[in-house]
Design a binder for this molecule. Structure first.
Ligand code: SF4
Ligand code: SF4
Length: 348
């Protein structure tokens, strides 16, 4: 059974000291009036504890937007290993923990991605509880409860944090400041449970997901795809912001003389018009309707067969970042569940 502790919020600077001792601390910081981003921080005061969703999910810290994977000089080819240093990722909410879990499964599959895994191994993850806003629906896709993927998970129970420990590294972190942690009392455990019950009641949107695989396949020809595709700008915003999108392109960048260069991997998007274009110019998904339908299927059902889980973790980022107001996953699912007439399914 997990070990549980509490510590008072005013003692957080001590906890921050313990994290800093392990390595660089990365945490949500405010970058504009309405937006937050995971950045390196050097003091507890820089952390935006109120941050709900960051612009980009924490995947960017393990799977960078652009990285060199090999270089060549004449006939010599060298693999470029990532410069990995110990770090602590603080403030990861349940949906983003689940997103990392999806990427862990994908990047550990044969052939395993050594760059991603090296960064994951060097990172202590500290989760943090949150309350949903009008875009959150992690409770509809079963990612609302922090089960795994963290070393320590902190739940805000008022004047204190309730700390669940999930790894030896997490325990070491908590015990590195003697006297900081108290074993969780019965009252604290009750406050912890109350928090999660109240949080569950706070969701404003959602759907019942048990029937998703059957529904999504059944509704392949639903007119909704045409309707949404007509509005889609193919800007690709919805994919970099998604905690579980991981498509990339490989580019060879040669010097002007051609005798040296490097091979680069960078994020790509299945919503770009040329993503599914192959040699000879044929495009498997030529229009936004094809691409959008493919993406929704991928998020809601596509990974069930291979991995046993859907890849939408309910963070709401695609909804808030779509300039055309399209990526309302909840609205789309409710309409698909309602069938061809577009009437909504059953909300929860
Ligand atoms: S599909 Fe949208 S709501 Fe679902 S995990 Fe991706 S960004 Fe979040
Ligand atoms: S963010 Fe919206 S407009 Fe842009 S590609 Fe995605 S669905 Fe289309």
């Amino acid at each position: 059974m997990e070990q549980c502790f509490t510590f008072e919020k005013e003692q957080f600077p001590l906890f921050f000291e313990a994290m800093s001792e392990h390595g660089t601390v990365l945490a949500p910081v405010r970058v504009s009036e309405q937006s937050f981003a995971f950045r390196p921080v050097s003091s507890a005061g820089e952390i935006a504890f109120e941050a709900l969703r960051t612009i980009l999910p924490p995947k960017k810290l393990f799977y960078p937007q652009r990285e060199t994977i090999l270089g060549y000089e004449g006939r010599t080819i060298e693999e470029r290993k990532p410069d990995v240093k110990p770090q602590v990722l603080f403030g990861v909410h349940p949906c983003d923990l689940a997103g990392l879990g999806v990427l862990d499964a994908i990047f550990s599959s044969d052939p395993a991605d050594s760059h991603y895994l090296a960064r994951r191994k060097a990172t202590i993850v500290v989760g943090l509880s949150c309350m949903p806003d009008r875009y959150c629906f992690c409770n509809s896709v079963g990612t609302d409860s922090p089960e795994k993927g963290y070393d320590v998970f902190l739940t805000d129970i008022g004047g204190s944090y309730f700390a669940r420990v999930n790894s030896p590294a997490g325990l070491q972190l908590l015990q590195s400041r003697p006297g900081l942690m108290q074993p969780a009392s019965g009252d604290a455990r009750q406050q912890y449970k109350d928090f999660w019950v109240n949080r569950d009641r706070a969701f404003q949107i959602g759907f019942k997901s048990g029937n998703l695989p059957a529904i999504v396949d059944m509704e392949w020809d639903n007119p909704i795809w045409e309707e949404l595709g007509q509005r889609c700008l193919s800007c690709g915003n919805c994919t970099p912001v998604c905690p579980t999108c991981y498509c990339f392109d490989i580019l060879d960048v040669a010097s002007l003389t051609g005798d040296s260069g490097e091979r680069v991997r960078e994020w790509d998007s299945c919503q770009f018009s040329g993503f599914a274009q192959v040699a000879g110019g044929f495009n498997f998904r030529p229009g936004p309707v094809d691409r959008l339908r493919f993406w929704y299927r991928h998020k809601l059902h596509g990974f069930e067969d291979a991995y046993g889980f859907p890849t939408c973790v309910g963070c709401g980022r695609c909804t808030v970042s779509c300039p055309a107001g399209i990526d309302d996953i909840v609205g789309v699912v409710l309409r698909l569940q309602g069938g061809q007439d577009g009437q909504g399914g059953e909300e929860r």
